[in-house]
Design a binder for this molecule. Structure first.
Ligand SMILES: Cc1ncc(COP(=O)(O)O)c(C=O)c1O
Length: 396
């Protein structure tokens, strides 16, 4: 009989010659269970998604309840659908008053596309700025904003009038001018290998955008929804965006994304032309129900409160001569090794030993560590011990 793995390779589009090929039968909490009974600790949350763990019971219940009522009814923005309205309302309650209007979509890249279009439409400008080593998604607009030539050059021509500045460079802020519609920036850079804002950088960026009438779009697709220890990462840096983009952890395992702006800015989509942004499935009711439950779990289970302490414990435990440094903002963490080769050997060995980690798109010598926020101290100790053993086995 043809195995699932053979069918996977034959019929499912591949984007590299080295997929992980782990076959999972079930996932629960921080664990994934393989088809031959293996148990993996998921230390990357499906790349920043399972912030409340896999199959959180309250998320599952919300999904079931919504399935019993309705699924897709109508394209985005026409019908009054309780799951969408309640989610949009709950999101605004987590945000500064100005950010009161949410456009719901299906993924991060889609939300980035919408945010970029909104900024161009609202300001009447065309120039867009993002950072080197930024990752904003894989669709053409989002790809244009990514800060890695090697990943995007093959797909040119991309969006015109896009320029890049260096993350954390005060000097480069001068490149933002009255021509610039928007600066799109990750509050904490993810795929660059967890790079955090330094020396008042975000405040200075915010000031420069105010001076030039440029909209500041914060991409919190990876760092939002509690990942860094506050509900939104920007709360820790004393600034507010004009547009906020989120996805990933927002859905508790279901696909969803959103961009959030003041109503007055979002209104630019209503005229000349009408339907300035459209989506059939945007804000799918089942995803919205899951997202609202996820938001409530983060709040009701006080998940933010444990983040700093759990990150500190990981840093305390992961001490080894092969680990050069650990960068982090809350539970968005990167453990740096001397090279990709060493890291890859450790990651492969850790998988054999039952812990799933990963590297970063634009930082291949660093191990991605971003466990569900629900991980316990005991589980952290076990996972870190397995990583240390794996280092010894792989590169001793
Ligand atoms: C910061 C950031 N922005 C955007 C995206 C794109 O999101 P999606 O893969 O849902 O399109 C990602 C995905 O990794 C991301 O990390």
């Amino acid at each position: 009989m043809v195995s699932l793995r053979q069918l996977f390779l034959q019929h499912q589009a591949q984007t590299s010659d080295f997929p992980l090929m782990i076959e999972v039968e079930k996932a629960e909490g921080i664990y994934m269970y393989g088809s031959e009974g293996q148990r993996y600790i998921d230390l990357i949350s499906g790349i920043g998604v399972s912030n409340v763990g896999h199959r959180h019971p309250k998320v599952i219940r919300a999904i079931h309840d919504q399935l019993d009522k309705y699924m897709h009814l109508m394209v985005y923005g026409e019908f009054v659908q309780a799951p969408q309205v309640q989610l949009a309302h709950a999101l605004s309650e987590t945000l500064p008053k100005r950010l009161n209007n949410t456009y719901l979509l299906n993924s991060g890249a889609e939300a980035v596309e919408g945010a970029l279009k909104l900024a161009k439409r609202y300001t009447g400008r065309t120039e867009l700025i993002s950072c080197y080593n930024a990752y904003h998604g894989s669709t053409q607009g989002a790809l244009s904003m990514n800060g890695s030539e090697s990943f995007k050059n093959a797909f040119r021509p991309l969006l015109p009038d896009v320029r890049h500045i260096r993350y954390n460079s005060i000097e480069d802020l001068e490149q933002i001018t009255e021509r610039t519609a928007a600066v799109l920036i990750e509050t904490v850079q993810g795929e660059a290998g967890v790079r955090t804002p330094e020396n008042d950088y975000l405040r200075r960026l915010r000031e420069r955008c105010h001076q030039t009438g440029t909209l500041l779009i914060l991409d919190e697709i990876q760092c939002g929804f509690g990942r860094t220890g506050t509900f939104w990462a920007f709360e820790q840096f004393g600034i507010e965006p004009d547009i906020l983009v989120c996805a990933k952890g927002m859905g508790g395992g279901m696909p969803i994304g959103a961009f959030i702006a003041p109503q007055e800015i979002m209104a630019a989509f209503k005229t000349d032309p009408i339907l300035g942004h459209c989506s059939t499935f945007g804000g799918h009711p089942v995803s919205c129900a899951a997202s609202l439950a996820t938001l409530q779990v983060i709040q009701e289970e006080h998940l933010l409160e444990g983040v700093a302490q759990k990150a500190a414990l990981i840093k305390e435990l992961l001490v080894h001569p092969r680990i050069k440094q650990i960068r982090n903002q809350g539970l968005m963490m990167a453990a740096e090794f001397e090279s990709f080769e060493v890291l890859k050997a450790v990651i492969d060995q850790a998988i054999l030993n039952g812990v799933l980690t990963d590297w970063f798109l634009f930082c291949d010598n660093s191990m991605r560590i971003a466990p569900p926020l629900t991980i316990t101290e005991e589980q952290i100790r076990e996972a870190c011990q397995i990583i240390l053993t794996s280092i010894e086995e792989a590169v001793a």
